[in-house]
Design a protein around this ligand. Structure first.
Ligand SMILES: [Zn+2]
Length: 439
């Protein structure tokens, strides 16, 4: 891909290299009993026979503000679920799901995903730009969901037809995918990256982060390990299959294991280290400066350097190196718990952990060099919680500088397991040895 300073790439948006924003209007005809949908707002609909005397239904849509030259058209015999919703910030939005009449089982999960997303994103990043938001089911010709201006085509197998369990420890996948896609109304459709290296950090990694923050509000903290471990395994696996060069996030070249999986991990770690409110302040500033309404003034699209500058601006000196590790280099840890012992102390328990920690930098071909460890890393102790779910009795960062360290912590409940970075906040080459049962 073009580099981040390439003058041509900076003038092109990542969603299309042959136009900036367009004024969008479209008329679509379809079978008489189908509903056709495209970005914009429905202006009118009518029926008319074609040249062969076959009746067709026409739908005319128009968008009231410029959009990227990037849109989808769908048509089907839809049932429709609608609800007017007032997000925490901004005007009411008509939430609509167009679905196969037999595929209604997860609609409430998607509706609550749209509401939770609009609430979190509008309050933290700025208002939603449209007055309508539509999810449009399509058959499993392809297995993805994708966000276009106020329209989100969504494969049936991505959330409509799954059996989703509400049991503790299970993830509502329909809700999660909805949150990711709605985030693209901001990251992609309010702010579009330049067509250069690092562009997908601004689109996919930020959508992953946004969805993770909604998940964090919805699920107990302990559950975040499921998301993070899954992303960590995908990232490490993806590195193993890289055929060219691994790039740091700041220069990612449309490499999914980097912009989705490492992107989630890096953004989660960033908010963990510098605080969710600070990350969101940086993102709100970034969106205010670089949204498409500012395109003419800026004279170019934003890059990962512009985003990282906003992160650096809200990060104290003592944690600037975290940004270097997460975004500008390929940094890996090797954290491990060697031993956990417990001693009763009256009604409490003293837990002693021996942990090892090491830090590496990798080059684009995977050659690793040890680098100095001076990092705040979580120590966690679990006990039994409700419904047989593990509960964190203790979860706190320690600044680790030595390859081996012994730490003693007092907890008020009987500990079951303990270890280092138990939620997988850091990119750990081997994350299966982080937690151990107490001896
Ligand atoms: Zn996405």
């Amino acid at each position: 891909m073009r580099t981040r300073t390439d003058p041509v790439g900076l003038k092109q948006g990542a969603l299309g290299d042959d136009a900036d924003e367009i004024n969008f209007a479209i008329t679509v005809s379809t079978d008489p009993d189908q509903t056709a949908i495209a970005p914009g707002y429905l202006q009118r609909t009518w029926k008319k026979a074609d040249a062969n005397g076959q009746l067709r239904t026409y739908f005319s849509y128009k968008m009231d503000r410029p959009i990227a030259d990037f849109y989808a058209i769908v048509s089907a015999r839809y049932a429709i679920k609608k609800e007017l919703y007032k997000p925490r910030v901004g005007n009411p939005v008509s939430l609509e799901i167009y679905y196969h009449p037999n595929h209604s089982v997860n609609l409430d999960r998607m509706m609550s995903g749209m509401k939770a997303s609009l609430d979190y994103y509008s309050a933290n990043f700025g208002a939603y730009q449209y007055r309508q938001l539509r999810i449009l089911e399509f058959p499993s010709y392809r297995g993805f969901a994708q966000s276009f201006a106020n329209t989100v085509p969504f494969a049936e197998g991505m959330g409509f037809t799954q059996k989703i369990s509400d049991a503790p420890g299970k993830i509502d996948y329909a809700f999660y995918v909805t949150c990711h896609e709605i985030a693209h109304q901001w990251w992609g459709h309010q702010v579009e990256s330049a067509n250069v290296q690092g562009g997908t950090l601004l689109i996919e990694s930020l959508a992953q982060y946004s969805a993770l923050m909604v998940m964090q509000k919805t699920y107990p903290k302990e559950m975040m390990q499921k998301f993070l471990k899954n992303e960590l395994d995908d990232y490490l696996g993806g590195r193993g299959f890289e055929r060219k060069k691994e790039k740091p996030l700041a220069e990612v070249e449309n490499q999914q294991y980097i912009h989705y999986s490492k992107g989630s991990l890096a953004m989660y770690a960033l908010q963990d280290y510098i605080g969710e409110a600070n990350v969101n302040r940086a993102l709100h500033n970034f969106r205010d400066k670089w949204n498409l309404d500012e395109l003419a003034k800026n004279g170019r699209y934003p890059t990962s350097a512009d985003l990282i500058a906003e992160f650096r601006a809200v990060t104290p000196d003592s944690l600037q190196s975290v940004i270097t590790d997460l975004f500008e280099t390929i940094t890996l840890f090797e954290n491990k718990v060697d031993k956990v012992t417990v001693k009763p102390a009256g009604k409490a328990f003293d837990v002693t952990l021996t942990v090892s920690a090491a830090k590496f930098r990798a080059d684009s071909l995977g050659n690793e060099t040890p680098t100095k460890l001076n990092d705040p890393i979580y120590i966690g102790i679990y006990g039994e919680g409700k419904n047989d779910q593990d509960k964190l009795l203790f979860y706190q960062k320690y600044r680790l500088t030595k390859p081996k360290q012994t730490i003693t912590v007092r907890v008020n409940q009987k500990p079951t397991r303990a270890g280092i970075d138990p939620l997988n906040v850091l990119v750990d080459r081997n994350s299966d040895d982080n937690v151990k049962a107490v001896e």
